[in-house]
Design a protein around this ligand. Structure first.
Ligand code: BGC
Length: 731
C-alpha cells in the first residue's frame, strides 16, 4: 500500500498565510550553489551564485535545493530559511545519490545481477547513512526504468530488462534509502524515476520519442513505479520523453489518472531537470506560461531548475487558469513531506557536522561495497575451468583498466571518495603473495586510442605468462545520461589489443567493464573465460581478486541479454511469440536474421558458478489450478561439483493461448541458494492468478484461464517445462 502523508496542523496553518509567490516558491527546485556543488552534470548551466541562492531562500522563493553537499553549510542555508524567511519554512536538500555517496557501490544494473534485492536494500541503507550525514534529505533515486534496448545508456542506472526483477529491486532500494522511520536523521527520501517509459525511447536514443502500446506500458514500464510507490516512495520524477505524443511531464492521464488516481500516490511529483521548459522544445507548449500551465495541470507538483513555476504560477492562479485549490494541494503535499521527515520539528535534522565526520566513512560500508561488488559479477564462460586462478600462476594483467582509477565508479556518481578507490592492479597485488612480485601489468592501449608500443608490450607480457587477465570494456562515460550508442561494442583500439593478445595462445580471462549488455566480438567473445564486472565501485580491485582467485565463487546472473550483434537491438528475452518461430530443422522463412538467430549469445538469467549445478525436472503438484488457488512448482537442484556455490534458481512461465500474444517466457520468481558440494535442495515456488495477470485484449488487467508452461531453470532459455491449467472461475 502507498504511504500516506499525515495531515499536520502546522501545514494547515501555513497555507492560508502564504502569498502566491511563497506558494510557487515551495514548488521550485533549484541547484544548490551554496555548498560545494557536484560537477554540473545537467544540460542547462546553473546561473545563480551562492549569494543569489541564499537571497532566494530568504525571500521564500525556493522550497528545495539540490546537488550541494555538506552539513555545516547546509545548516547555514537552513538557518536562513528558518530564521530569515518570512514564514520560516525549512528547505529540503536533495541530490542525485544513485549508487553510493562516499563509498561507491556497483552501478544499479550490476547490483541487479546479484539477484539479491536484500543486498540492494543494504547498499541503499548504507548510502542513506552517508548521504544524510553529508546534509542531504532526499535522493533522486532509484531509477526504475526498464531497459529493453541496450543502445540506451541509462540502463546502467536501473535493474535491466525484466519487469519482475525490476519491481523487486525498485521496492528494495526504496526501503533501503528511506529506512523504517522517515523521521530518523539517517532516512533519505527516495524518488522513483523517470515516470514513465523513459527506457522505451525510440532506437535507444536518450530523450527520443516513445511510441508504445498501452499493454506494454502497463505490463512492462509502469509496474516498477507501482512497486516503488507501494514500498513507500514519496516522490516520483517525471521523464523527459513523450509517450505516444504526450510529454510525460505534462501527461495528465499518467500523472493524475494512473499515479494519483489508480495508485493513490500521496507524495510529490517532481519534474526532471527543466522538463517543463522542454515542453516548448517538444512543440507541445507555445511559451513559458503555457508550459507551466500544462505541466502543473497535468500533475507535476515541483518544477526543477527552469524557474517557470515561480515566474508563471501566480499569474495563472490570479487569472483563474489554475484553481487555487489545486495550487494549495501541491503546496500541501510538499509541506507535508517536510513535516513527515521531521523538518518542522527539527529543521537541522541531518545537518550535524559531528555526524558527518563520523558517518561518511565506515569500515562496514567498505566491506559491504566489496561484498556487493563480488556478488554483482557474472561469469559468462569458463572453458576448461580456467577460473579460479592459482595464486602461483604467472599472471599478465593487460588492458586500459588495469591501473585505471577514473573508470571505477560508473555513471552518476557525484560524491565518491576517490582516495579510497581500489584499482585492479592494487586488488590483485593485495591478494597475491609478495605483493604480486610476479604479476606483470601492461596497459596495452588507451581507452579509445592505441598506445605507442602498447600492443608489443602486451604481447611480450602475454607470451611470458601462464594466463592473461585482459581488462577491457566501455569507458565509464559511454553509459549514463545522454550516452546512447549505435554499436554496443568495445572501442576498436581495445579490440585490436584483444586480438593481438589472444594470438599468443596464452589462455585469456576477459574482465569486462560495461554499463550495458555488449555485443562481444572476435577474441573477446572467444576468450576462454569471460567475467562481466560492470562498474563495481570503490572496492573494484579487491572484489575482482576475490572472484579471480576463488575466495568468492561467482553467483551473479545477467539482468540483460547479451546479443550476438548490435543490430539485434532492441533484444530482450521476454519478447512476444512470433507466428514463425525458428525451429531446429526449419530456418527458412522463419523469424531470424540473415546473420544470427532470434536469440541472445548469453541470455537473461545466465551465469556460471565454480560448481556444477544440475536441475531435476520441474514438477507441478496438481496440473489443475483453481481460479483462486495456487500452482505449486518444484524442482531439485544439486551441486555435483567440488566447490560450494550460490545458485540463482529462476521460475519462468508462459501463457499458451491468450487474448493478446504473450511473451515466450516471463520471470515470476527466483531464489538464491547456497549449495555445498554434493548438496541437493528442493526449491518450491507458488503462483497465484495475480502472478499470471496481464493487460488483456479488452484493456482490463487479469489472468485468463487456460494452460501455462512453467520452468524452474538456470536461465531464460534453459530447462523443460511442466504444464498446469488455470481453471475458470466457478459458477
Ligand atoms: C536526470 C535526472 C536527475 C536530474 C537532476 C537529469 O538530467 O535525468 O535523473 O535526477 O538531472 O540532476
Amino acid at each position: 500500500m502507498p504511504t500516506t502523508l499525515p495531515a499536520d496542523p502546522r501545514v494547515e496553518s501555513l497555507i492560508p498565510r502564504m502569498t502566491l509567490e511563497e506558494k510557487a516558491g515551495q514548488l521550485g527546485v533549484f541547484a544548490d550553489m551554496v555548498r560545494p556543488f557536484a560537477p554540473d552534470v545537467n544540460p542547462e548551466t546553473n546561473v545563480r551564485n551562492a549569494t543569489e541562492v541564499l537571497e532566494q531562500v530568504r525571500a521564500g522563493r525556493v522550497g528545495t535545493l539540490f546537488n550541494g553537499v555538506g552539513a555545516e553549510a547546509g545548516r547555514e542555508i537552513q538557518r536562513v530559511a528558518v530564521e530569515e524567511s518570512r514564514l520560516g519554512i525549512p528547505v529540503l536538500l536533495a541530490a542525485d545519490v544513485i549508487h553510493g555517496m562516499r563509498t561507491v557501490f556497483p552501478i544499479p544494473l550490476g547490483e541487479a545481477a546479484s539477484f539479491e534485492p536484500d543486498l540492494a536494500e543494504r547498499t541503499a541503507r548504507a548510502t542513506a547513512i552517508e548521504a544524510t550525514a553529508a546534509g542531504i534529505h532526499w535522493t533522486y533515486a532509484p531509477a526504475v526504468d526498464i531497459a529493453r534496448d541496450q543502445r540506451w545508456g541509462r540502463g546502467a542506472e536501473g535493474a535491466g530488462e525484466d519487469v519482475y526483477l525490476g519491481c523487486r529491486f525498485a521496492a528494495a532500494r526504496v526501503r533501503g534509502f528511506q529506512g523504517p522511520d522517515l523521521r530518523a536523521h539517517d532516512s533519505l527520501l527516495a524518488t522513483a524515476k523517470h515516470f514513465v517509459a523513459y527506457g522505451a525511447v525510440s532506437a535507444g536514443l536518450d530523450y527520443n520519442f516513445v511510441e508504445i502500446a498501452e499493454g506494454t506500458l502497463r505490463d512492462v514500464h509502469l509496474p516498477p513505479f507501482k512497486a516503488a510507490v507501494d514500498a513507500g516512495a514519496l516522490a516520483v520524477m517525471t521523464a523527459f520523453n513523450d509517450i505516444n505524443g504526450i510529454p510525460a511531464s505534462a501527461n495528465h492521464a499518467l500523472l493524475t489518472g494512473v499515479l494519483r488516481g489508480e495508485w493513490a500516490f500521496a507524495g510529490v511529483v517532481v519534474s526532471d531537470y527543466t522538463a517543463d521548459m522542454e515542453l516548448i522544445a517538444h512543440g507541445y507548449a507555445a511559451d513559458e506560461r503555457h508550459a507551466t500551465e500544462l505541466a502543473f495541470s497535468a500533475g507535476m507538483d515541483l518544477s526543477m531548475q527552469s524557474g517557470f513555476y515561480a515566474a508563471h504560477l501566480p499569474a495563472l492562479v490570479e487569472s483563474g487558469r489554475i484553481p487555487m485549490e489545486k495550487l494549495d494541494a501541491a503546496v500541501r503535499r510538499v509541506l507535508s513531506l517536510k513535516a513527515a521527515i521531521g523538518l518542522f520539528d527539527d529543521p537541522y535534522r541531518s545537518l550535524d557536522p559531528a555526524r558527518e565526520a563520523d558517518a561518511s566513512w565506515r569500515e562496514a560500508h567498505e566491506a559491504l561495497a566489496r561484498d556487493a561488488a563480488r556478488r554483482s559479477m557474472v561469469l559468462l564462460k569458463n572453458e576448461g575451468g580456467l577460473l579460479p586462478l592459482r595464486r602461483d600462476a604467472r599472471i599478465a594483467l593487460i588492458g586500459p583498466f588495469a591501473r585505471d582509477l577514473d573508470n571505477i565508479e560508473g555513471c552518476w556518481t557525484l560524491f565518491g571518495d576517490r582516495s579510497r578507490y581500489v584499482s585492479l592492479e592494487a586488488g590483485l597485488r593485495a591478494a597475491l603473495p609478495d605483493g604480486g612480485a610476479r604479476l606483470r601489468v601492461v596497459d596495452g592501449c588507451g581507452l579509445e586510442a592505441p598506445l605507442q608500443g602498447g600492443i608489443e608490450a602486451a604481447v611480450a607480457a602475454a607470451r611470458e605468462a601462464d594466463v592473461v587477465v585482459l581488462a577491457v570494456g566501455e569507458p565509464q562515460r559511454y553509459s549514463g545520461e545522454a550516452q546512447s550508442r549505435t554499436q554496443i561494442v568495445l572501442p576498436p583500439a581495445q579490440q585490436a589489443l584483444a586480438e593481438a593478445v589472444a594470438a599468443t595462445g596464452t589462455p585469456v580471462v576477459v574482465l569486462l567493464r560495461n554499463g550495458r549488455a555488449l555485443a562481444l566480438q572476435g577474441a573477446v567473445r572467444d576468450a576462454q573465460a569471460i567475467l562481466v564486472t560492470w562498474f563495481l565501485g570503490s572496492q573494484t580491485g579487491h572484489a575482482v581478486a576475490d572472484v579471480l582467485f576463488g575466495d568468492y565463487g561467482p553467483s551473479g546472473r545477467l539482468p540483460v541479454s547479451f546479443p550476438h550483434d548490435s543490430g539485434q537491438q532492441p533484444y530482450f528475452y521476454n519478447h512476444p511469440r512470433t507466428g514463425r518461430p525458428e525451429l531446429p530443422d526449419m530456418k527458412e522463412f522463419k523469424a531470424r536474421w540473415r546473420e544470427h538467430p532470434h536469440q541472445a549469445l548469453y541470455p537473461f538469467g545466465h551465469g556460471l558458478t565454480y560448481g556444477q549445478v544440475e536441475y531435476g525436472p520441474t514438477t507441478v503438484e496438481s496440473p489443475a489450478v483453481a481460479w483462486d488457488g495456487e500452482a505449486v512448482l518444484r524442482a531439485t537442484v544439486r551441486n555435483s561439483g567440488t566447490r560450494g556455490v550460490e545458485e540463482v534458481v529462476q521460475l519462468y512461465v508462459h501463457d499458451r493461448v491468450a487474448s493478446r500474444v504473450r511473451p515466450v517466457r516471463e520471470l515470476k520468481g527466483f531464489a538464491k541458494l547456497a549449495l555445498q558440494p554434493g548438496e541437493a535442495r528442493e526449491v518450491e515456488f507458488r503462483l497465484s492468478r495475480a502472478d499470471l495477470a496481464f493487460t488483456r485484449a479488452d484493456g482490463t488487467q487479469g489472468a485468463e484461464p487456460g494452460w501455462f508452461d512453467a520452468w524452474i531453470a538456470p536461465s531464460a532459455v534453459a530447462g523443460e517445462p511442466a504444464a498446469f491449467e488455470l481453471l475458470p472461475p466457478q459458477g
